[in-house]
Design a protein around this ligand. Sequence first.
Ligand SMILES: [Zn+2]
Ligand SMILES: [Zn+2]
Length: 585
Amino acid sequence: MAAVAVLIGVTLPPRRLALSPRQSSPPQPGTEPAAAPDGTIPGAIHVHTNRSDGLSSPDEIAAAASRAGLTFVVFTDHGDGTRRPDPPAYRAGVLCLDGVEISTNGGHYIALDMPASPYPLGGEARDVVEDVRRLGGFGIAAHPDSPKLQLRWREWTAPFDAMEFLNLDSGWRLWAEQAGGAAGKWRARRHLAAALFHYPFRSAETIAGLIRSGEGLPYQWAALAARRRVVVLAGVDAHARLDLGGDPADSRYALPLPGYESSFRVLSIRVRPDSALSGNAAADGAILMRAIRAGHLYTAVDAVATPPSFEFTATNDRGTAREGDQLDAGGPVTLRVRSNAPPGFTTTVWKGSDALGPERHEQDFTVQVPANPAVYSVDIRATGSRGGASTVPSVPWIRSNAIYVRNPEGEGRLPARAPATVSTPIFDGRTATGWRAEHDPTSLAVVEAAPGFGGAELRFRYGLAGGTSPGRVAALAFDTPGGTAPNDRLTLTIRAERPMRIALQLRMGDDQGEASGERWQRSLYVDTSEQERTIHFDELMPVGETHTFRPVFPAIRSVLLVVDATNTKPGDSGRVWIKKAALQR
Ligand SMILES: [Zn+2]
Ligand SMILES: [Zn+2]
């Protein structure tokens, strides 16, 4: 017993530092009691309840957040976006917002501040990003450093609004992974066993000692931020479940660890609102989301030191900007950092992914930088010697959002595509000649010419089978015996009975040997307003495994418009009308 006590005593992670807060300047009267001394509101984003794979109810989790000193919690249960989110509500004095974590082909995507989607969100990551944006939501690329490929966000070219630079749930998996190799695995397990001993004594500190974040993420973020605004934050990803069996669906091997309260004590998002919270949940939810969308926030690892106080501004001849904001370029820029970083902590000012100047140890300092456009951010690390080498942090104590010094013209746009010069219609405007329907044995699909305004339209009626059997599909097909080359796009004039997603697919013939029937696709959003839409074939992505990443255009035998269970509920039926359709180049 004594030996165990000695073991625990020797290797216990250092206790968190209790800081004296630094008042904001100017102080913000009225933001108390919800706000921290620096005027920010502490909370947690990315929390699972027992509505998906979390352990506890929203009320129990809110109570845990309250005990941990948080002011808000954002629930993000797994779903497809069709569940109507709960309205903002105060539970146990904690403002609770409700979002969703959507599984896409390119990783997990968190959507906040969004109404229910009229159809299931899923499939390609870029399409889910587009859908969340159209619905008015705010999207966060979740755990882009997850060691699990299906979970990890991989769609870096999509215009997502925010990204996690740190995720508590991935953080310790990453730590176990980084231990590496068979020997490393055992070392990691021994470490984890020690952590389970320490957990009852200093749970938040123990978790903080285990987490890692992807080393490439700061560079990925800097590369994105050079072109556009991307909010950066940490996800708690709290489930209160530690899977030991490797199968998340099998709870026999799950421990109720780390608990919600401990997770909430590890790190917090510190949001700086534009106005004081009033106690009215709907109004306060709107204030909070406005600040989160603007990137008026930083992340603090409270298990290292708390409560944090932090401010970061940039000033030039045009004015002053705070983190998250853009500053129009005009004259040299003065960056100012104020914090309550304890002695021995190191503050680094970043220009993109380059550290600016020497490391700083003061609590209040300025840095002069040239006038030209650049993206600045700050992190603070606990680099001092605190109880041995094991405390050297891989994650910063504080990470700011960026200040974007830009030319007033703003962010770069993609160059427009050259217009098509050759167009080959594949619908004659009178009959459905050349078109046919395809469907699985249990679903229905019919294609026919139907009278419309100013001529006939191609009318497609579909009914997906209900139930849970896989492979439901209804499609509209046009055969291209000679391939689609040299055309490089399809232009459609299309509308639907209600908002939906339909996928354009190019399919190889059944005479292509091993590659027979391989498909590539791009889905498009269609609603009741008639729109001309062009899909460029270089945007198509493989459906499942294909021998080549891009379609082999001379070997394409069919152009299809496909409705399947990716974005349509089983049992749903509907109609789609196409007025014009042409292959172009
Ligand atoms: Zn996830
Ligand atoms: Zn999650």
